[in-house]
Design a protein around this ligand. Structure first.
Ligand SMILES: *Cc1c(COP(=O)(O)O)cnc(C)c1O
Length: 379
């Protein structure tokens, strides 16, 4: 196996100009603290997302943490979150004492089910336990059904955190994701569609809220000649060197979306005829960046399973994964409340779903190999 080149799920894809920005940071000795690349990257991300303000951070998880602080999540506060997601969508809220209530997926989008959300709101209203926040996750780049979900949150007066970590460059109704909630955020982790090696961006139209988050992200220092603190903050800022990488990457975003969508198109062409295979749908009114190509394999119809296919690919040094294990099935959340769509949709997606290698730098030759191996697993 050591002699076989590894094919990764979603590796970084540098464009070449990143080193020019890094060199500029070195030439001007803006290694720290912060610096002009950070300021520019924030402006450029705010513009790309169509929001008024942005805050560059060292991870997407930091952005969740600052959004939760802004919404004043405290011990015992309930909040709603998509069950089918990565734990970072909500971990900071739980660490602040928030109590998660998980909402199932809609089969049409794999994202939060509007009908399950509605039932959760009705119960919350009846018990007088209105959630402090709703976290909407654009899974694998697919925007949520905002036209149905946002009015429900608005009706109950609950602010939305839009987890656009995976959906940088995706559109809903022609509008960029990350701009739909009270707060939105991007991740530039190494596996995302564009990367700073590690980083995140908090987004909002509320400039005052971003200013407050900025204050908290730099240790909450009061305006005084000495170090004085009236509250406690964090050390969450992105470095000027990494922001330089981000600026170069952001310029490539349209190309990266086009490439990921092309990867998806080739998989659909190469695998779409197999029995029991269904690709993650692109919900109406949206344009997904197709961050990862994901599909489900029905064991009854196909004669194989998602895990068998993962193993077949792993034997050839190819990385693939089951879809996210839903939060309501996680040991750490075993006591949490969960609202199903109808059947337990997120569980079904987890038990049958697989993510295939989807890098924007995946060669057609490598992709053809993946397609051939998946087809063999079906025989
Ligand atoms: C990657 C990711 C995050 C967290 O971003 P980091 O930059 O890795 O902290 C949050 N939510 C989802 C859905 C993600 O995929």
């Amino acid at each position: 196996m050591a002699d076989k080149k590894r094919i990764y799920l979603s590796p970084p894809h540098m464009g070449g100009r990143e080193t020019e920005y890094i060199q500029e940071a070195f030439d001007t000795n803006w290694i720290a603290p912060l610096g002009p690349h950070v300021d520019a990257f924030e402006r450029e991300c705010a513009e790309a997302a169509g929001v008024k303000a942005a805050l560059a951070l060292s991870s997407g998880t930091d952005a969740v943490c600052l959004a939760a602080r802004a919404l004043d999540i405290r011990h015992g506060d309930p909040f709603f979150c998509s069950s089918l997601t990565f734990v970072a969508s909500l971990a900071p809220l739980v660490q602040m004492g928030g109590v998660p209530v998980f909402i199932d997926s809609d089969p049409g989008s794999w994202n939060m089910s509007p009908q399950a959300l509605e039932r959760a709101f009705l119960d919350a209203e009846a018990s007088g336990r209105t959630p402090k926040a709703v976290i909407l996750v654009n899974l694998y780049g697919q925007p949520c059904d905002m036209n149905l979900l946002l009015p429900l949150c608005l009706k109950h007066g609950v602010p939305v955190i839009e987890d656009a970590a995976e959906s940088v460059g995706s559109l809903y109704g022609g509008r960029p994701t990350g701009s739909f909630g009270k707060f939105g955020f991007y991740s530039f982790n190494g596996n995302k569609i564009i990367t700073t090696s590690g980083g995140g961006m908090l987004l909002s139209d509320d400039e005052e809220a971003i200013a407050k988050a900025r204050f908290r992200s730099t240790q909450a220092r009061d305006p005084a000649p000495w170090y004085q603190h009236s509250e406690l903050g964090y050390n969450f800022r992105m470095s000027n060197i990494l922001a330089g990488i981000g600026r170069a990457q952001l310029k490539l975003l349209d190309d990266r979306v086009a490439r990921r969508r092309a990867v998806f198109g080739r998989y659909r062409e190469g695998l779409g005829d197999l029995p029991g295979v269904s690709f993650m749908p692109e919900s109406p009114n949206s344009r997904s960046n197709r961050w990862l190509t994901t599909l489900t394999i029905d064991p009854g119809a196909s004669g194989t399973t998602n895990l068998e296919v993962v193993d077949v690919l792993a034997a050839e040094n190819i990385e693939s994964r089951p879809v996210w294990k839903p939060m309501h099935l996680q040991p750490v959340f075993r006591d949490a409340t969960y609202y199903r769509h109808d059947g337990d949709e997120s569980r079904r997606l987890f038990e049958t779903g697989i993510c295939l290698p989807s890098g924007s730098n995946l060669s057609q030759e490598d992709q053809s190999l993946v397609i051939r191996l998946v087809r063999e697993a079906f025989r």
